[in-house]
Design a protein around this ligand. Structure first.
Ligand code: CMX
Length: 435
């Protein structure tokens, strides 16, 4: 058994006891109320689920297991997965054990490549990526053990097995999507000496003599890994997993949510936006030209991609980390220069526009320009990069949910009729007629 398995096995009993005690002590306490506007408005702000892996604070941004993301930016994605699952960063032995385990599980069956090669040439990379994951579902250990009959107490172990098998293969799957979809030539075999993020960079086939692209990929995988449980992808994975569908189904469903333009697909839209600016002005615009361009976009009723957030009310610290990387390694790149100029100008424009609750950049605002700089110019691939990373968060949440025996999700919906009758009667009680 691996160090990650053993650490989880040592921590899960106390975690279960704690959850039991919390429910028994505070089970009937109210932690949130829901207004009619929230029922129509994506349940924004309604506290109705539990997530141990991370918290998103409106002012501080992402905090993973008590550590602000800015303090974790230099960590490997494998370390972050261990931290998400257990609450502790791995020591050297634990990290080596996890890396060895991922190495042992990375082989992808040949039929997955056959399926990817059979898809029509214009298939979106996110569709190819989720298809590849679904094709692997037949190997789910959770599915098999459930069919054989296992106790609820045991659920987390096959969930962990599936998670490790999937995480080990994700870089190869995602790299194959890139090479097949964009006709980059043969698939590249993994280099067994590399860590998980660097191995993904190597299999993509981007020339990287300086190692900077591998560094960007490690940073990318670390920064996008998790964002608590209510965002569309994590929440979808949570709901599907709560039915005891196995991790392959749950993660591919979550990735379907990530493929929406208001969520993960925004990073492809961000690069289109920046390139649109470059094309319009045949290069880097002046500040006045960019300001006019953004106003034009807003007046046409469109959103500025990469800005605003459902929870954050400050510049996303993940944007800050990417921005610092860009300033260091891509400062002369015209696309990065436009991103940098946007960061100086767009928040004030959005404040004047007066709609967005947060006028600041989110994680997606600058990532496209960075990966473009190193040679991944196909913007419709960018959400796959996000998806590989976010799978770490979705899977760690899923393992913990199976450990806690989280119930099947089933909130109550109401009809507009119901609201008008019940809420309307309370808000405007009928006036009683005089006797
Ligand atoms: N540009 C223009 N208008 C914006 C805006 C932006 N970047 N962000 C929000 N608004 C508008 C909304 O469209 C909404 O308008 P309506 O009232 O006409 O519908 C209004 O401001 C209020 O929205 P909000 O409460 O501030 O934002 P939401 O919580 O509803 O949505 C988000 C959050 C991220 C979807 C939204 O800010 C947005 O569309 N941003 C651009 C797309 C983007 O960058 N998405 C990536 C987010 C990160 C991720 O989850 O991956």
């Amino acid at each position: 058994m691996s160090a990650l398995h053993d650490k989880l096995a040592s921590k899960i009993p106390a975690m279960r006891d704690r959850a039991k005690e919390i429910v028994s002590k505070y089970g009937s306490e109210v932690i949130s109320e829901v207004t009619v506007a929230q029922a129509f408005g994506g349940m924004r702000g309604v506290k109705s689920m539990v997530c141990e892996t991370s918290v998103v604070d409106a002012q501080e941004g992402l905090i993973i297991r008590g550590r602000p993301i800015a303090d974790l930016a230099d960590r490997l994605p494998e370390e972050i997965f261990f931290l998400l699952c257990t609450g502790d960063l791995p020591n050297e032995m634990e990290l080596q054990s996890l890396q060895a385990e991922l190495g042992d599980r990375r082989e992808v069956p040949e039929y997955v490549w056959d399926v990817l090669r059979t898809l029509p040439k214009d298939t979106h990379p996110m569709q190819m990526f989720t298809t590849a994951i679904l094709v692997l579902e037949r190997d789910s250990i959770f599915h098999k053990r459930y069919a054989e009959g296992m106790t609820k107490q045991e659920h987390w172990e096959p969930a962990l097995e599936d998670a490790l098998n999937l995480i080990a293969k994700l870089p190869a799957l995602a790299a194959a999507v890139y090479r097949i979809r964009f006709e980059k030539g043969d698939l590249i075999a993994p280099d067994a000496t590399l860590d998980w993020g660097a191995s993904y960079a190597q299999m993509l086939g981007i020339p990287d003599p300086s190692g900077k692209f591998a560094n960007l990929m490690r940073l990318y995988m670390t920064l996008h890994s998790d964002h608590e449980a209510g965002n569309v992808s994590a929440n979808t994975c949570h709901v599907v997993g709560s039915s005891l569908a196995d991790p392959y189904y749950a993660v591919s469903a979550g990735l379907g949510g990530l493929a929406g333009p208001l969520h993960g697909l925004a990073n492809q839209e961000c690069l289109r936006f920046v390139k649109g600016v470059q094309d319009r002005f045949s290069g880097v615009p002046t500040e006045q030209q960019l300001t006019e361009y953004v106003w034009e976009l807003l007046k046409s009723g469109r959103v500025v991609p990469g800005y605003g957030h459902a929870v954050l009310r400050v510049t996303d610290p993940r944007f800050t980390a990417f921005h610092a990387f860009g300033k260091r390694f891509c400062a002369d790149d015209p696309l990065f220069t436009i991103v940098d100029m946007g960061f100086r100008l767009i928040p004030d424009i959005l404040i004047k526009h007066g709609k967005a609750k947060s006028p600041y950049p989110n994680v997606d605002a600058g990532t496209g320009a960075l990966v473009h700089h190193f040679g991944i110019t196909e913007s419709n691939y960018y959400t796959v990069l996000f998806g590989v990373s976010r799978s770490l968060g979705m899977l760690s949440q899923l393992i913990l949910n199976r450990a806690l025996g989280t119930a099947i999700t089933r909130p109550k919906s109401v009809s507009m009729d119901w609201i008008e009758k019940k809420v309307g009667a309370k808000a405007h009680p009928p006036v009683s007629s005089p006797a």
